[in-house]
Design a protein around this ligand. Structure first.
Ligand SMILES: *Cc1c(COP(=O)(O)O)cnc(C)c1O
Length: 509
């Protein structure tokens, strides 16, 4: 660790924001993080620990006296780091990447250092206005329609997560529907999604009181590339309406969690309009890719949405946490979420009071982080960051396709590659719906993933759909370079060789 020493002096009066201490101690932490990033690729991505490993190492009582930053950092190094899954490791390819950057970290420091709470415009005017500027910037960067931007009569907000964005928009959709049909119809309200929609929709629906049975997930198929089929949706909604149900909300996804699949936004939007449903699009992961024009075709029809959300902490170098939510008619959200308290001076029509755009009243100054990231890197660098991840994923997919033992189970759209091992010696045609030796393949694929992950040299995650188990390789940790992808491919091949020997498998070349 660094050589600076932390000037904790117990004879001095307690001053938790002593500026001299701040400069010294923050550089201790910065050095610590820099060294962590530098050495991260050599750490096993997942920890080798058993439950309780940390608890037994730490005192059960909080300290009475002050401790130095050095000794705390020493414990982070000795006790915490070995128990972490290293999400920033260049060899982390599980779930979706949660990217970080220097600018993202500096932005977080400003957010935390200024520590203002812009719940209303008047509570910190620049915090609110900067957020308005940044949500419009990002909307324009992604090519969102004018109608979702402040400058076009809509507007946006920065929240912490997609789940929060979903809860807020569900509440608005619920209240809009109840206004129309009356409160006693509450149990008839229905929310629609696909079986690939992120479970945050189910969670959110529960929170706003929708009966779990009234959250209807339409089955997707390989034929539809795991997208929500508009005809299936229309049929189901129409028959529900006949049966006396009230459709209130449809969730489409750009970049599903399992496959990175894309729902047909325009066609879904038309069904939503026809039945007067709120149409939300969740682009938590893939939304960031839309800053590159070549990905905007996936947003075709986005002018039909009521709301759209994306998490730049996933793919846009914006350290946890941050979710953009845009709305075509923010008034409807405000109607549901506004609750005046007499100690809060009500704003006027022209000022945005962000407490009415989210769950909590208090809020973080996330806008300054996004402003830092976007300004520090510029759109050009952000685009090349996305493109470089996509091209690494393309390279990885090509390597997979060149080896007959592997099958890419879904054509890659972004930087997620889904694959499995083929255990069958014969060229049996396979589909996800029929089990042609699928369970056998799934078993071998599971074994492959376990052996890659337990090597500590990479971390992949898997998904089970019906009898199919496949591995997801999500490329895009900030530190990942071409050489890591080559290394990963070698590692996967080695482990596959071992499995082939163990199971006495042969492949026709
Ligand atoms: C990651 C992800 C989410 C999770 O959202 P939170 O921000 O953690 O609530 C939701 N939807 C999709 C498609 C995701 O990829």
């Amino acid at each position: 660790m660094g050589s600076l020493s932390s000037p904790v002096d117990s004879t001095k009066p307690f001053n938790p924001i002593d500026p001299t201490e701040l400069v010294v101690e923050s550089s201790l932490v910065t050095n610590f993080i820099a060294e962590y990033y530098q050495t991260l690729e050599h750490r096993p991505v997942q920890p080798d620990v058993t439950p309780g490993f940390l608890t037994v190492q730490l005192p059960s009582e909080a300290p009475l006296a002050s401790e130095s930053v050095e000794s705390i950092l020493q414990d982070v190094y000795d006790k915490i780091l070995p128990g972490l899954t290293h999400w920033q490791s260049p060899n982390f390819h599980a779930y979706f990447p949660i990217t970080c950057s220097n600018a993202g970290l500096l932005g977080e420091m400003l957010c935390s250092g200024l520590n203002v709470v812009g719940f209303a415009w008047s509570a910190s005017p620049a915090a609110t206005e900067l957020e308005q500027v940044v949500v419009d910037w990002m909307g324009k960067m992604m090519g969102l329609p004018q109608g979702l931007l402040f400058s076009g009569g809509g507007g946006g907000v920065l929240q912490g997560s997609t789940c929060e964005a979903v809860v807020c928009t569900l509440a608005a959709a619920r209240d809009r529907a109840l206004e129309r049909v009356g409160d006693d119809m509450f149990n008839k309200l229905v929310v629609y999604c696909s079986d690939q929609t992120h479970f945050s929709l189910k969670k959110g629906s529960k929170l706003v009181g929708i009966r779990p049975a009234n959250v209807k997930a339409i089955k997707t198929t390989k034929n539809n590339e795991y997208g929500l089929c508009p005809t299936d949706l229309r049929d189901l909604v129409a028959s529900d309406v006949k049966a006396g149900f009230i459709p209130i909300y449809l969730c489409g996804t750009i970049g599903t969690t399992a496959f990175g699949a894309v729902d047909p936004i325009r066609e879904l939007g038309k069904v939503a309009r026809e039945f007067n449903m709120w149409f939300h699009v969740d682009a938590a992961y893939a939304g960031s890719a839309c800053i590159c024009p070549e990905f905007r075709n996936y947003m075709d029809g986005v002018e039909l949405v009521d709301s759209f959300s994306t998490n730049p902490h996933k793919w846009l170098l914006s350290n946890m946490d941050c979710c953009f939510l845009w709305l075509s008619d923010p008034k409807r959200l405000i109607n549901s979420l506004a609750a005046e308290a007499n100690y809060l001076e009500g704003g006027n029509e022209t000022m945005v009071d962000y407490k009415d755009w989210q769950i909590a009243v208090s809020r973080r100054f996330r806008a300054i982080k996004l402003w830092m990231v976007i300004r520090r890197y510029g759109i050009t660098n952000l685009m090349s960051h996305i493109r470089s991840d996509v091209s690494m994923a393309k390279r990885f997919e090509e390597l997979m396709l060149s080896d007959r033992r592997f099958e890419v189970v879904f054509p890659r759209k972004f930087s997620l590659v889904c694959f499995k091992l083929r255990g069958n010696k014969d060229d049996v045609p396979e589909s996800v719906d029929e089990d042609c030796g699928l369970s056998r393949d799934s078993e071998l694929t599971r074994e492959l993933m376990a052996s890659v992950n337990s090597s500590g040299k990479a971390f992949l995650s898997g998904v089970t759909i019906g009898s199919l188990f496949f591995i997801r390789c999500a490329i895009g940790a900030t530190l990942t370079e071409d050489r890591h992808i080559e290394g990963l491919w070698k590692l996967i091949q080695e482990k596959a060789d071992e499995i082939c020997v163990d199971h006495d498998l042969e492949f026709r070349v």
